[in-house]
Design a protein around this ligand. Structure first.
Ligand code: 0X9
Ligand code: ZN
Length: 324
């Protein structure tokens, strides 16, 4: 595709090919599941990483779900998440004892491209496309009137108000015709029937925030807040350096029909939305620089937090944090 770092979904050697390759090269550790298909027929793919992945039932071990690229243009989320999956595989192959133990006792699930139609569209047509490719007006072509925001379509406070999502088809936060109407939403939800997640990390960009559910309102503390605090850190010592932790609706804005709200309220999982950085020095906003060193640095910045989450999955009420 002409980039140093970024690879599309469809291209030979692209992200889809990589997921199949990781599965075929690591049969003891990796199981690939096709969760569903998009409007344009692309597969929505999850990888399960656990010791003896194909010989043990899905959901047999405590799980963490890592999703990314719900928003098509947020390419840094794609890269950070695929690097995390690759890192676990590499450590397992290198016989890192700590990671071997972790992967014997837990299931790490990855949906690296939760919105493959939109992601491919950002390579082929419009770099800043956000939504999926539902043909809202039924005219047979994709225009600004089309697409549903995958992070507004979940059956949790779906359409609760016009501030947290939009009923207008051309809006960037169009929630879709009904709760869970989109194949991308259904695919992710099917994972909750399949496995047992303690945590869901839904990588997005951009901002440098570590947002916690629930995002539809700011008023009510939840019983899980101490776990969020322990794993997120605080403003002075955030679990991801230079990121601001906090309640998503408070730090950023309210949303409804949001993924991590569904995860928390209905899926039994605590949910984070890390908003990854925009790159330095000036940054590109949603267009993170095509620079291997900066992309790798962003991955390494989040790794200690991701490992804390993994180590806490088996016993979430006693979270493990590298912050001590
Ligand atoms: O609006 C979103 O879906 C996320 N931000 S983004 O710029 N990546 O689109 C934030 C979702 C976090 N939840 C809340 N802010 N309530
Ligand atoms: Zn996003």
């Amino acid at each position: 595709s002409g980039f140093e770092v970024w690879r599309s979904w469809d291209e030979p050697g692209g992200i889809r090919d990589e997921l199949y390759q990781l599965a075929s090269e690591n049969p003891q550790l990796v199981k690939l599941v096709v969760l569903g298909h998009t409007y344009e027929g692309r597969e929505i793919i999850a990888l399960k990483l656990t010791q003896g992945a194909r010989g043990i039932a899905d959901g047999a071990r405590p799980g963490v779900l890592h999703s990314s690229t719900q928003h098509a243009r947020e390419w840094i989320s794609t890269e950070v998440n695929r690097r995390l999956a690759n890192w676990y595989i590499d450590q397992w192959r290198a016989n890192n004892k700590e990671i071997r133990d972790l992967l014997r006792n837990n299931e790490m699930w990855f949906v690296v491209v939760a919105n493959p139609d939109g992601y491919q569209y950002t390579f082929d047509h419009e770099r800043l496309w956000r939504k999926n490719l539902r043909d809202n007006d039924g005219d047979g072509q994709i225009t600004r009137a089309d697409g549903v925001d995958p992070n507004r379509n979940y059956p949790e406070h779906f359409g609760y108000d016009e501030e947290g999502s939009s009923s207008q088809i051309s809006s960037e936060t169009y929630r879709g015709p009904s709760a869970g109407s989109e194949p991308e939403t259904q695919a992710m939800m099917s994972l909750y029937d399949r496995a047992d997640f303690s945590f869901h990390v839904n990588w997005h960009s951009f901002g440098q925030w570590l947002l916690t559910a629930e995002g539809w309102q700011i008023g009510t503390p939840t019983a899980d807040d101490p776990i969020y605090y322990a794993l997120s850190g605080n403003r002075d010592t955030p679990a991801i350096p230079d990121f601001e932790p906090g309640l998503s609706s408070d730090v950023l804005y309210v949303t409804n029909g949001e993924t991590t709200d569904f995860a928390h309220s209905q899926g039994g999982a605590l949910g984070w939305t890390p908003e990854l950085g925009e790159g330095l020095p000036a940054g590109g906003g949603f267009v993170f620089p095509d620079d291997e060193a900066q992309v790798q640095a962003e991955f390494e910045r989040v790794l200690p937090f991701a490992l804390d989450v993994a180590k806490s999955a088996a016993d979430p009420v006693n979270p493990v944090s590298h912050l001590g």
